[in-house]
Ligand binder design. Structure first.
Ligand code: IPE
Ligand code: IPE
Ligand code: MG
Ligand code: MG
Length: 312
């Protein structure tokens, strides 16, 4: 059974809702939005809203709106991220910045963000709206901090974790929290659901950063090696630089000259890829531990499987 089996119908409803939301009365803008809505992502965050709802009670109509708003915010953040990272492929297709230029891509991201908040302001519970507003701020802080650290070799593991908690894990946590809140869960359960999401998000971003270094083929629908090309130092590289103080200077000198293949073999030899894998495993385990705050259910099982699958 796939982890999304028990929410398949609701996830289809979210998909339908997203198609309705990604349109404009202006034909030119509408044609861009249509092209964007034609490329489906994995719908991981909407699935978290729905599964957390199931975990804490039951899925209600408001969960569909919340899940749709979260996916709009996520898609907006990808449009902005691809401009920042100068990425040219997303979800297996040319990015918005390649198709229409950086300015249009940023404005399309702003449009989707605004649409998410319009949707939320209509009938979402006030507490969920507050969570989403705060999380949108946190996402920007994370991306901003990452960009301020770009090409800085003094970045520490703590800096790295602080960045990924903000830019990625915060939206995972928010998805789980508002899913549980909309199912009328008590505060300790909302907190446990949020912690599940936070740990899952950290593991997810570490694995994404590893796959940017390790993958040779374009199985992710993105271009591998992008982080390295744009001097984004991720956990394996940070570990490699700091793991042996006697080598730090020479590794720093090497850093600017290595290509991705040579970097990969250095990281492998120093055990830095392994180190990052272990960190992701640890957060996946911590995510699963949070599920003990809930009774056994199909949703708990699905969330547990999801946390395991993320390590693949
Ligand atoms: C991509 O997220 C951004 C990261 C946090 C690494 P996803 O891998 O969930 O993107 P889509 O929505 O499936 O394309
Ligand atoms: C995640 O970081 C971006 C966001 C959370 C918006 P990445 O830059 O690694 O994401 P990808 O690899 O481009 O999807
Ligand atoms: Mg990126
Ligand atoms: Mg990435």
């Amino acid at each position: 059974m796939t982890p999304f089996e028990s929410i398949k119908d609701q996830l289809d409803q979210v998909q339908g809702r997203l198609l309705d939301l990604m349109h404009s009365s202006d034909p030119l803008v509408d044609s861009c939005l249509r092209q964007l809505s034609g490329r489906k992502g994995k719908l991981l965050r909407p699935a978290l809203v729905l599964l957390s709802g199931q975990l804490a009670g039951r899925v209600r109509p408001v969960h569909i709106d919340l899940a749709s708003a979260i996916e709009l915010i996520h898609t907006a953040s990808l449009l902005h991220d691809d401009v920042i990272d100068q990425a040219d492929v997303r979800r297996g297709r040319p990015t918005a910045n390649v198709l229409w230029g950086n300015t249009a891509a940023v404005l399309l991201g702003d449009f989707l963000l605004s649409r998410a908040f319009t949707l939320m302001s209509q009938d979402a519970p006030e507490a969920a709206l507050t969570e989403l507003c705060r999380t949108a701020e946190t996402l920007c802080t994370g991306e901003l901090k990452q960009n301020l650290f770009r090409s800085r070799s003094d970045i520490t593991e703590d800096d790295y974790f602080s960045i990924i908690e903000s830019k990625t894990a915060a939206l995972f946590a928010c998805s789980c929290r508002i899913g549980a809140m909309a199912a009328a869960a008590a505060e300790p359960q909302v907190t446990a659901a949020g912690e599940y999401g936070r740990h899952l998000g950290i593991a997810f971003q570490i694995m994404d950063d590893l796959s940017d270094i390790r993958s040779t083929t374009d199985t992710s629908g993105k271009t591998p090696g992008t982080d390295w090309l744009h001097q984004k130092l991720t956990l394996p590289v940070i570990h490699w630089l700091s793991s042996d103080p006697t080598q730090k200077e020479s590794r720093l000198r090497m850093l600017s000259e290595l290509d991705i293949e040579h970097l990969k073999s250095h990281l492998q030899q120093a055990g830095s890829l392994e180190y990052a894998c272990r960190a992701a495993e640890q957060h996946s385990r911590q995510a699963r531990e949070q599920l003990s705050h809930f009774g056994p259910s199909a949703a708990a099982e699905a969330l547990s499987t999801l946390a395991q699958n993320i390590l693949a």
